[in-house]
Ligand binder design. Structure first.
Ligand code: ADP
Ligand code: MG
Length: 407
């Protein structure tokens, strides 16, 4: 007889954070129609918290007693998880706080992380409701994986933590312009893409990056030398599952040692008040380190760094990405591409086939860090689909800094 959840230990419960306005405004009813019974049948106690305003969830998790919860679960789009990740990283005890398992149930219009974890299970893409149910099952299973985060530094000195994407140009504009089509749900990106194609423009700036192969993974922000394993299920305190038991988590082998010496050829790491220091970055006022690659072109249609596979439910932008691969998948499209060719790329992206399309304007490279300096005084940069301060920005990956309930 298998061990049931109840026999493993007393569960503390899930904190479920719902954004009632995400997507078509149906996150609450989606939850009660599709998920609530599933959690009850799995014997998972949970507390539903409906956010009242933007940044409510961020403030809540900044102050919360995290010892009371097995996991923080978002019922919304990626924007609410962005709040939670940053709320955790703003705590004095960020190092521990960011180890709190996170979960995601797609209730928004931009459900890229949910689509990514569904994709990683090997299941074929399905409707929005199928995606929700799939993520509900993953949540009930409770297998925890490590999740890469990127730290994103802005010109003001602000630093954010990102789990999904950094975008400038076409994709960032679509991200924001399409918010007014939120009522069509996930199709908002298709609509937004077509609208933006009609007014296609060029974005000028400088892009530089540290190629992944140039930089053997170093500490990043790997769990600060905690080489001890944990059972892969968040709901279980049985002795840890060894890797050969098929545990979902993968400790990046190279993460646990060799700190700071290998791979980091830059000057001293950028100091940080909270959060891991950015060992690969130098201050934005200084030129990028000489071993970085500076892109020759300065006219772009888009620049997009992805750390998970999906940009939206039906956009498989980075087919090669996984939860904790320790790299950012950087794409840029050089100016000069025709509208038709750009449309073909986005259509191919539905199946992740855009890279095989042989488009000479599309460049793809795996990087550990990047810097983007837009020349135009106004514009849009998004991080995880949320608008951030516009201007020079740089980012570096922190291997497996967070934990996510995934397949
Ligand atoms: P969607 O996928 O539909 O965009 P998100 O989860 O990304 O849904 O949320 C959209 C935005 O709403 C985010 O910027 C988030 O911070 C914000 N938000 C969260 N809770 C609330 C709320 N109660 N009222 C208004 N905005 C909220
Ligand atoms: Mg959003």
């Amino acid at each position: 007889r298998g061990v049931t959840y109840g026999e493993m230990r007393r569960l503390r419960g899930l904190m479920l954070l719902v954004n009632p306005h995400s997507g078509r405004g149906q996150a609450l009813s989606l939850f009660s129609n599709h998920i609530q019974r599933m959690l009850t049948e799995a014997g998972l106690p949970h507390t539903l918290i409906v956010t009242e305003r933007q940044n409510h969830a961020r403030e809540l998790v900044r102050e919360a007693d995290l010892t009371k919860w097995d996991a923080l679960v978002i019922v919304s789009g990626d924007g609410l998880l962005f709040e939670v990740v940053n709320g955790l990283m703003e705590r004095d005890d960020w190092e521990e706080a960011i180890q709190t398992p996170l979960g995601i149930l797609p209730g928004g219009s931009g459900n890229a992380l949910a689509a990514s974890i569904h994709h990683y299970t090997g299941s074929p893409p399905g409707s929005s409701e199928e995606l929700l149910v799939s993520c509900g099952f993953l949540l009930c299973k409770g297998l925890v994986s490590r999740l890469d985060l990127a730290s994103v530094s802005l010109a003001s000195g602000h630093r954010l933590f990102s789990f999904l994407s950094l975008a400038w140009g076409f994709v960032a504009d679509v991200d924001i312009e399409s918010e007014k089509y939120r009522y069509v749900g996930a199709a908002r990106f298709t609509v937004g893409t077509l609208v933006r194609l009609a007014s296609l423009r060029v974005y000028q700036g400088r892009l530089a990056y540290l190629p992944a192969e140039e930089s053997p993974p170093l500490d990043g922000a790997s769990p600060q030398g905690q080489a001890t394993s944990f059972c892969s299920s968040v709901f279980c305190q049985l002795p840890k599952a060894s890797p050969d038991q098929g545990a979902a988590h993968t400790f990046h082998n190279s993460c646990n040692s060799n700190n700071a010496t290998k791979g980091c050829r830059s000057e001293d790491p950028l100091p940080a008040s909270r959060g891991p220091s950015d060992s690969l970055l130098v201050p934005l006022e200084q030129p990028v380190p000489s071993h970085w690659t500076v892109v020759k072109e300065e006219n772009f249609v888009l620049v997009l760094a992805m750390y998970q596979s999906h940009l939206a439910e039906d956009l498989l932008a980075a087919p090669g990405a996984s939860l904790e691969d320790g790299v950012m998948h950087l794409f840029y499209i050089k100016a000069g591409i025709s509208r038709a060719a750009l449309l073909r790329l986005f259509l191919a992206m539905e199946k992740g086939a855009h890279l095989a399309a042989g488009c000479p304007n599309l460049v793809y490279v795996k990087v550990r860090a990047l810097r983007l300096e837009p020349f135009t005084p106004k514009g849009v940069i998004t991080v995880d689909g949320e608008v951030v301060e516009y201007g020079p920005v740089q980012a570096q990956v922190h291997d497996g800094l967070a934990r996510l309930i995934a397949g």
